[in-house]
Design a protein around this ligand. Structure first.
Ligand SMILES: CC(=O)N[C@@H]1[C@@H](OP(=O)(O)OP(=O)(O)OC[C@H]2O[C@@H](n3ccc(=O)[nH]c3=O)[C@H](O)[C@@H]2O)O[C@H](CO)[C@@H](O)[C@@H]1O
Length: 365
């Protein structure tokens, strides 16, 4: 029996780690334990409960306005005690949060091997996204096994000096979670006009705060006013930099529905119902293509270039004119829309977790 400790800190980590945990739980050789750092609290909890996962250890680390240095220092100390008590044979982390970087460092000090899920995403700019690029580079240097979602991420790891034999291209586990969830009977929980096309919006990345986010909201306002036959649905992040501005520009427009962030299952229902998606989210860029939904990305660059190269996702940044023009084109021009709504899924086929499980079995037994 091998002890495998799976760590989650935020909503996207939980969504992407859940299928791995559920897969490993099926394995007779694996004793799976779940550690929640709870770097984010509420949004993490609703995902874990949806997938029926109860953390075995919960560090409940989140504090109001937590600074990165303090979060890192507190996490390192807490992890030291957890690793001493748990003595895992391997620790799995996902993505590029402070949790991931800190767990990688703590495991390195304890000489415990780590498996990095969603390894090899790079912008090659340490400042952008901050601090995620540094987190994934550090975790990458320290990881024993690199579960790369795509061939492109494998190439990034090779460029970073990682041995080919330590990398396995698995696909992204986000597609495993999505396809399993999309099959279920889902309820959006919000009534929208049944006869109208729906545009789904999410936007809360830090690099857009300030003038770029105002441009985005102004563009959404123009699009909604020019297209009364289209319904806009925007689950708004509670951060005041986002919420105050979004409500100022959009709250009074009849065909715009603003709501709290949706739980994962209703959000998947919203993606399925959407005609078009505008987002600055990393995960949504990976999910929407698998559902055949065109995405306009409200960022200047992305560490997820594969769907852009496939032509099913387009970068539009935060430029008012560009957002309005590109979205209007997809609403008006059926050929342009169909070219982007092809259902090409460059990030996975829904079997990434099985590949991770097989590799661990081969390596550990
Ligand atoms: C720089 C960068 O790209 N960083 C990424 C970013 O992750 P992200 O951009 O994917 O994060 P979000 O957009 O918050 O989450 C998305 C997931 O949430 C679901 N969702 C969404 C709206 C909603 O109302 N309800 C939901 O359930 C949705 O289906 C999707 O799966 O931060 C993480 C560290 O926090 C990083 O690790 C990750 O690289």
């Amino acid at each position: 029996m091998k002890n495998i400790l799976c760590v989650v800190g935020t909503r996207p980590e939980a969504i992407k780690m859940a299928p791995v945990i559920l897969e490993l739980r099926k394995q007779p050789w694996a004793n799976v334990r779940v550690l929640a750092t709870a770097q984010h609290r509420q949004m993490l909890d609703q995902v874990l409960s949806f997938f029926d996962i109860q953390p075995d250890i919960d560090l409940n680390i989140m504090r109001p306005n937590q600074a990165l240095t303090e979060l890192t220092a507190r996490l390192l100390l807490e992890l030291d005690a957890v690793l001493k008590a748990e003595k895992p044979d391997v620790v799995l982390v996902q993505g590029d949060t402070t949790t991931v970087m800190t767990v990688a460092l703590a495991c390195f000090y304890h000489r415990i091997p780590i498996g990095h899920v969603e390894a090899g995403l790079r912008t090659w700019d340490m400042q952008n996204p901050f601090p995620e690029e540094a987190n994934r580079v550090i975790a990458g240097k320290l990881a024993r096994w690199h579960f790369a979602p795509t061939e492109g991420s494998r190439q990034n790891l090779l460029k970073d000096g990682i041995a080919d034999s330590d990398i396995i291209v698995t696909g992204n586990t986000v597609v495993d979670a999505l396809l399993a969830t999309a099959q279920r009977d889902l309820d959006l929980g919000i009534t929208l006009p049944a006869d109208k096309r729906m545009v789904l919006v999410t936007s809360h990345r830090r690099e857009n705060f300030g003038a770029p986010f105002r441009n985005i909201c102004r563009a959404l306002q123009t699009l909604a006013q020019n297209n009364p036959d289209v319904q806009f649905l925007y689950p708004v992040h509670p951060n005041p930099n986002v919420k105050d501005v979004a409500y100022e520009y959009l709250a009074h427009i009849p065909n715009v529905t603003l709501c709290e962030p949706l739980d994962y299952a209703p959000f998947v229902a919203a993606m399925k119902r959407a005609y078009l998606i505008l987002t600055d989210s990393g995960g949504v860029q990976e999910e929407a293509p698998a559902l055949g939904k065109p995405v306009l990305v409200l960022r200047e660059e992305t560490e997820r270039p594969e769907a852009v190269e496939e032509g099913v996702v387009k970068l539009v940044g935060s430029d008012y004119d560009r957002i309005v023009a590109e979205a209007q084109r997809l609403l008006d021009d059926e050929a342009a829309y169909k070219a982007m709504a092809r259902g090409v899924s460059p990030y996975g086929d829904g079997h990434a977790s099985e590949r991770i499980g097989r590799l661990l079995q081969e390596q550990l037994l």
